[in-house]
Write a protein that binds this ligand. Structure first.
Ligand code: SF4
Length: 491
């Protein structure tokens, strides 16, 4: 998973792209980059957190009123400087591109680009392949200069991409001398939202980003979503063109609501915060039906994504909500730190149990999900160390049984605890008295109950193994899993 933003403005755009990345930092902490242009392209990128990469001096060098930015959490490709987005090419126009998602037919596309199109790939990143494919298609189709003709060429290029590129891709790109481009895969798997800002002279600025978390501080008003299969082009002169080039079923990722997105975001016209509140309500209903006699003394979230669901579950059960695990905010989210060693080492630095909230109590811990199970087990051990008499574990999502191949760096099937153990075996592994998972229909209901959305059915493949794109079969899953293992091992 990654975070991206593209801004078309009437004033220099670099500081606003920097601010956007700060508001998208939770979507990727591995690396970040910003590209802008005036007459030339200006680029700055680096490894680490946004605040550490971009100094004032570097930001000042990023000239221009149009730009794109990206914060990275790798799902494909290596972990080095060369893989940091935005990627760029100088043929045919000078194009920079940033991508959130994962291309499931990377191998075929890479082969095609290098052998048929005579382009050289410098990395294993699927974004680089997408950039070259986009550039090549645009090269073939754009012989004219006015905005409408350029947009027609873009449409034709995108029709080809929608036909041949499989998987998840939300994209922002800039084309020197032309403007800002954005598009989203035909099933809308990864989010892409739009915002607009009116200036005092009646002109408009535009932002397109993974989440709307930066809209308010930057003065943008929400303006809907880039629709699945839609192409948007904002010309240098500020003309906006858009067309939905392919219509399929709308299947956005449900894990965005469970874990990734910031709670104050609204994605696909559904509030993440409200969806999490409803997850807690549904979880409480399920718990009451299954364990009517088992009411805990206190409900503690595994901080901090689960706070919202835990709060509403506590309200629904009439139990006190407590932040009995203090989270040190200066240590990154463990799920997205590459490498198991770093993850294990960070947990006790990160969470401190509060004895007054735990000792001599029947404690229910609420978490958003259980992936490998190691963090959950460690949390349970902490609660017991601090004197909990009984520990119940409630999970706001169903068991994670299968990896994501649409842009989330999940472990392989062998590493997913729910792929290898039954619920009761997981309960024993965690060493809890009761373990309760959200039912999958209740999760989907929590996301889809409210909001003026057009979601047909969210992608829930990591929970139900039903991959929503047609190319996914067991052979493809095996191929993608071995690619992921190779990437991790640096092969
Ligand atoms: Fe989201 Fe899971 Fe689907 Fe991946 S497999 S897109 S994480 S719901």
């Amino acid at each position: 998973m990654c975070g991206l933003a593209g801004i078309y403005s009437h004033k220099p755009v670099a500081t606003e792209l920097y601010d956007s990345l700060i508001h998208l930092q939770h979507r990727g902490q591995d690396a970040a980059g910003i590209t802008t242009y005036n007459k030339h392209m200006h680029k700055t990128k680096g490894l680490g957190l946004v605040r550490d990469i971009f100094t004032e001096k570097k930001i000042k060098r990023l000239k221009g009123n149009i730009g794109i930015a990206h914060t990275r959490y790798p799902t494909h490709g290596g972990f080095g400087h060369g893989e940091i987005q935005p990627f760029w090419t100088s043929v045919p126009y000078g194009i920079a591109l940033a991508h959130n998602g994962n291309l499931t037919n990377y191998n075929e596309l890479a082969k095609n680009i290098t052998s048929n199109e005579s382009r050289y790939l410098n990395t294993n990143s699927d974004t680089e392949v997408l950039l070259h494919l986009f550039a090549e298609l645009l090269h073939d189709r754009n012989k004219h200069d006015n905005d409408k003709e350029f947009f027609d060429g873009l449409c034709s290029a995108l029709e080809n991409i929608y036909e041949h590129v499989h998987g998840a891709y939300s994209v922002v790109a800039l084309v020197i001398g032309k403007g800002l481009v954005a598009f989203r895969d035909p099933q809308g798997i990864r989010p892409l939202v739009k915002g607009i800002r009116s200036n005092s002279n009646g002109e408009h600025d535009y932002i397109i980003a993974s989440e709307n978390t930066m809209f308010y501080p930057l003065g943008f008003k929400p303006d809907g979503n880039v629709l699945p299969g839609e192409l948007i082009y904002i010309s240098e002169g500020g003309k906006v063109f858009s067309k939905r080039l392919m219509k399929k079923s709308f299947n956005p990722c449900i894990f965005e609501y469970v874990y990734f997105a910031r709670p104050d975001a609204t994605l696909n016209d559904v509030s993440v915060y409200r969806a999490r509140l409803r997850m807690g309500q549904n979880l409480a209903e399920g718990w009451k039906n299954k364990y009517p006699e088992k009411i805990p003394d206190i409900i503690i979230p595994a901080p901090s994504t689960a706070n919202t669901a835990a709060l509403s579950m506590a309200t629904a059960l009439g139990v006190r909500y407590s932040e009995g695990l203090y989270k040190n905010p200066f240590i990154g989210r463990t799920f997205i730190m590459p490498g198991q060693k770093a993850r294990k080492k960070s947990l006790r630095y990160k969470l401190t149990p509060q004895v007054t909230e735990i000792s001599e109590k029947k404690v229910m811990i609420v978490d958003d999900s259980i992936v490998r199970g190691n963090t959950s087990r460690e949390i349970v051990r902490m609660l017991k160390d601090f004197g909990a008499t009984e520990v119940y574990f409630a999970v706001a999502s169903p068991p994670v049984q299968s990896p994501c191949f649409y842009g989330v760096d999940m472990p392989t099937r062998a590493e997913l605890i729910a792929n290898n153990k039954s619920v009761d075996e997981i309960r024993q592994y965690l060493d809890v008295d009761l373990l309760f998972y959200q039912n999958i229909d209740d999760l989907a209901e929590a996301v889809m109950r409210k909001g003026d959305h057009h979601i047909d059915r969210p992608c829930m493949a990591c929970f139900d193994k039903h991959y929503i794109t047609s190319e996914m079969n067991i052979k493809k899953i095996q191929q993608l899993e071995s690619m992921r293992i190779n990437d991790r091992n640096g092969n």
